[in-house]
Design a protein around this ligand. Structure first.
Ligand code: ME8
Length: 521
């Protein structure tokens, strides 16, 4: 049994009605960075992602493609799994809502809500968006110039009238408002919390939670002809992942309630209103936080010629590289806000921050060690004020990173780490170790040692953002694999003088345009 504190975090589960797109990739990468930071910081992390296979949207897409919904899920799910692999997403489990374990969890939560007296049969008549799998009040819809009625997210709605089961959502308004007030960080970022609070303050309607016009879903217990509404089904995946309904299982006791649900801003209502209300009804403790990230848009500018489809994460990885794409998205887009990407912006980040600032610093200092110090880490002499200032900065950055990550500000964590890289470059340039080779080789050794030690700390921290390249950087510094967590930051893991280093290899190549490459050949 581990003594590490548990940390359970999740992404939304994607609809596998098509191939994964950049929005799915972004969410997976960001959640992965958060998972890796926690693991490196000594937590016992459980990271869940997966796919949402039921519902009308899956059924309709399958019909269009001449498949059953199960066949559609079976065909597309491996692409989501492959996306996680390609993006270096370190999920511990991958859930499909068609799995028997999930069937059991959804059935149980339904029965508990029913036993609480929160489920009743009535007739539903109202607007439904298949794309959002959401019911909207008439006041939330609008008829556009094209005569099509649309919901608040801009997706078409259709009139639906059928006998369904309802959940007494209206009853939970006061309890939800109390929960938001007592747990001000339950919903982040704060502007999103305010939206939710105003919506709930406006009064909640009971929610239709079953369908009879659809046969693709989990059956309502003891009610032939009814299947459970896809959002009751989908949200429950977070419980299934922890081992529910076996509330005595080790995993449930260890990981529930979840620490963090990372989702996009379009599905906040489901996560911040419906989900906690279902859980309150079922007597299950609430997750600690729901973080809504923004949307990613292509700026509409030219992408590299080889990125045929700019929303295809596989194409983006093959053109820019996985660490490069991850770094760009995590550093460039303030987490929680909308962001845009373009070829120019990605290349600028790769070449400035990765190739120039970190890559060159590592390459230049390590090549000097290889050439002038017999390939072994030099023995440092007495530290000057400048040496100490840089080491102190590197030693202190973990506090800033932790602080940023307390509110999932991944971009601030990345900025703090790269601030150390910037200072290390200024230090290296001002100390001119190359000029000390003849005049003061001991001082040269000290400067190279301090630079290498700073790169070590950056490498350890950067593992959460750019896992492959950071790992290679640490290999170049001969940092043992069991000494790469945050417990080895600062004094605790200082490089040892005399350690033999492998031949330095560039870790972050510059991005060279296809036409420049051809011209150079
Ligand atoms: O909503 N930029 O699935 P989904 C950033 N099955 N994020 C984006 C995005 C974009 N352009 N487009 C989508 C569903 N997302 C449900 C979730 S959870 C119990 C059920 C995000 O495949 C979106 O906000 O439509 C969501 O968090 C995730 O991708 C999956 O979206």
């Amino acid at each position: 049994m581990t003594t590490k504190p548990a940390y359970y975090l999740t992404t939304a589960i994607s609809y596998p009605n098509g191939a994964p797109h950049i929005g799915h990739a972004y969410e997976a990468i960001a959640t992965d960075a958060l998972a890796r930071f926690r693991r490196l910081d000594g937590y016992d992390v459980f990271f869940l992602t997966g796919v949402d296979e039921h519902g009308l949207k899956m059924k309709q897409t399958a019909q269009k493609e001449g498949l059953t919904p199960r066949e559609l899920g079976d065909r597309n799910t491996p692409q989501f799994q492959e996306m996680c692999r390609v993006l270096q997403v370190s999920n511990d489990d991958f859930i499909r809502t068609t799995e028997p374990r999930h069937h059991a969890a959804v059935t149980e939560i339904w029965k508990r809500m029913e036993a609480q007296g929160d489920i009743y049969l009535d007739t539903y008549a109202g607007w439904y968006s298949v794309r959002d799998e959401a019911f909207y009040a008439e006041s939330e819809t609008e008829v556009g110039e094209d005569g099509v009625r649309r919901g608040p997210s801009g997706t078409p709605v259709e009139w639906t009238e059928e006998q369904t089961y309802f959940f007494r959502l209206s009853k939970y308004g006061p309890a939800l408002l109390k929960h938001y007030a007592e747990n001000p960080d339950f919903i982040l970022p704060p502007e999103r919390r305010n939206e939710v609070v105003s919506f709930v303050e406006g009064g909640l309607q009971d929610l239709s939670i079953s369908r009879t016009t659809l046969d693709w879903g989990i059956p309502v217990p003891d009610a032939p002809g009814h299947v459970i509404y896809v959002w009751v089904d989908a949200l429950t995946n977070y419980l299934t992942g922890a081992g529910y309904p076996d509330t005595e299982s080790e995993s449930y006791k260890r990981y529930w309630p979840a620490d963090l649900h990372v989702i996009g801003k379009d599905i906040l209502r489901f996560h911040a209103i419906y989900w906690p209300a279902f859980l309150m009804s079922a007597g299950v403790p609430l997750p600690k936080r729901v973080f809504a990230h923004g949307f990613l848009f292509n700026r509409g500018e030219k992408m590299s010629k080889s990125v045929g489809n700019v929303v295809d994460p596989f194409a983006l990885v093959s053109v820019y590289g996985v660490d490069e794409l991850r770094y760009f998205l995590l550093r460039e887009v303030p987490f929680g806000q909308d962001g845009s990407y373009s070829h120019e912006a990605i290349v600028a980040r790769i070449n400035a921050d990765l190739a120039n600032d970190l890559g060159n610093l590592a390459q230049r200092s390590l090549s000097m060690i290889a050439k002038n110090c017999g390939g072994a880490l030099p023995e440092p002499g007495d530290f000057t004020e400048e040496d100490r200032a840089l080491l102190d900065l590197a030693d202190g950055v973990l506090a800033t990173v932790r602080n940023a990550l307390d509110t999932q500000a991944i971009h601030k964590a990345a900025e703090a780490i790269w601030n150390v890289v910037g200072e290390a470059n200024r230090y290296f340039a001002s100390q001119e170790p190359w000029a000390l080779k003849k005049s003061d080789p001991v001082r040269m050794g000290t400067v190279l040692y301090v630079t290498a030690e700073t790169v070590r700390q950056v490498g350890i921290l950067a593992q959460a953002l750019t896992p492959d390249a950071a790992g290679k950087l640490l290999d170049q510094l001969a940092v043992p694999t069991d000494s790469r967590d945050f417990a080895h930051l600062g004094e605790a893991g200082r490089l040892h003088a005399g350690t033999e280093l492998p031949k330095p290899e560039p870790v972050f190549p510059r991005f060279v345009e296809q036409d420049e490459k051809q011209a150079a050949q």
